[in-house]
Design a protein around this ligand. Structure first.
Ligand code: HEM
Length: 190
């Protein structure tokens, strides 16, 4: 009986340690607006995560930027995550481009694409992965036809999700802005 009680206590402790609700949340130490050390009393919660700032003015600026962002207009994390999931279902079924992903860990790829697009749309977290030129430099034969196929799949995904046209246009403009880097071309006019 005693052994069972001790085992349950150990199990409870392990569960509480692995439970994210009980785990102490790590606060950012650098203010995302000023780059200065944060005041841990000046915080805001966004999508369940706490962000700290150096000054009240930074917090106000950051919240306004989030509210005005394409990320927010699209529906935030849940909407972007869902869109990326269906986008890759289409990409992997598309004979024009699916071979590029043959040896790619698609769980990691989906995670990275969610993070990249979220940052590009003005989400709360910066992109910390590779720049687009580096990320695509080892894809032999990658050309404009492939880029356009990817863009087409992205557009179709958003249309199916009934995203308003003006927002789709903004997403597609951001996607197009990566074209020279993804295709490892010189930027136009340079
Ligand atoms: C709107 C255009 C595109 C965006 C925004 C984009 C975004 C990304 C991102 C965020 C990564 C991960 C970078 C990292 O590892 O840190 C990546 C990798 C990759 N992308 Fe793209 N991509 C685009 C176009 C394309 C196209 C046209 C293809 C091919 C048809 C492609 C194929 C790949 C592959 C195969 C990888 C994995 C490379 C590796 O892990 O070695 N991407 N892309």
């Amino acid at each position: 009986m005693k052994v069972i009680r001790i085992s349950l206590a150990v199990l409870g402790l392990l569960l509480s340690l692995s439970n994210p609700i009980n785990a102490a949340e790590e606060l950012n130490t650098v203010c995302p607006i000023s780059g200065k050390p944060v005041d841990p009393k000046i915080t805001t919660v966004y999508e369940g995560k706490t962000y700290a700032f150096a000054m009240e003015a930074c917090k106000t600026k950051w919240i306004s930027a989030r509210d005005a962002s394409l990320y927010h207009k699209l529906g935030g994390k849940a909407a972007i995550d869902a869109a990326v999931e269906s986008f890759y279902v289409k990409v992997l079924a598309d004979d024009r481009i699916k071979h590029f992903f043959d040896d790619i860990n698609m769980t990691a790829q989906r995670r990275k694409q969610k993070a990249f697009l979220s940052a590009a749309f003005g989400g709360p977290q910066p992109w910390t992965g590779k720049d687009m030129r580096k990320a695509h430099e080892n894809l032999p034969g990658l050309n404009e036809t492939h880029f356009n196929a990817v863009a087409e799949n992205l557009q179709k995904t958003l249309e199916e999700l009934k995203v308003p046209k003006d927002l789709i246009d903004q997403v597609m403009a951001i996607a197009a802005s990566t074209k020279d880097d993804v295709l490892n071309r010189k930027p136009a006019g340079k």
